[in-house]
Design a protein around this ligand. Structure first.
Ligand SMILES: [Zn+2]
Length: 170
């Protein structure tokens, strides 16, 4: 399985468990070259999830495409690839649990945004700006203002500020 970080082809399995209500096996793998961890799935081939687009068309859900769009939003942000993979796992699990055959692209975006917001505010705003297409301008600007306020507190300390699980002490 090719490493998403360095394209090396050998990885070892570090964890293996069932997922999506027993319909899939999720494996955590570690690249033997760079050590990056990523997730793969093994599952029975079933009817693909359809993503309903705003223009009325639809397309088959593509995990790689969703991952790529989140990676773009996370460019140069301290978000490890494993967190992005986990985020998409959670979104897929939520959709699988609801047994949905299709999902609106806007809803898919919302599911990502809810989680991305907790990971990294900058990535969240970037992603939201693409997904919401600036339609909800008021909410979007509120988000940006909030972000700028927080950024003012910590120019250098953003790695700690946006670290996952940072609210654990409360
Ligand atoms: Zn690698």
């Amino acid at each position: 399985m090719q490493c998403p970080g360095c394209n090396h082809l050998e990885a070892r399995v570090v964890d293996s468990r069932t997922s999506r209500g027993g319909r899939a096996i999720r494996r955590r793998r570690e690249c033997l070259s760079c050590g990056e961890r990523f997730t793969t799935y093994e599952q029975v081939e079933e009817e693909p999830l359809l993503v309903m687009k705003r223009d009325g068309g639809s397309e088959t859900y593509d995990r790689g495409k969703l991952l790529a769009s989140i990676r773009v939003a996370c460019a140069k942000r301290p978000v490890p690839n494993s967190d992005i993979e986990s985020l998409v796992d959670e979104v897929e699990e939520q959709l699988a649990a609801a047994d949905q055959r299709d999902v609106a692209s806007l809803r898919l975006g919302e599911l990502v945004m809810e989680r991305l917001r907790a990971l990294d505010q900058v990535a969240y705003v970037r992603f939201a700006s693409v997904y919401r297409n600036f339609q909800d301008t008021t909410e979007f600007m509120e988000e940006v203002r909030h972000l700028l306020r927080r950024a003012g507190h910590s120019a250098a300390g953003q790695v700690e500020m946006f670290s996952p699980g940072g609210n654990r002490g409360r």
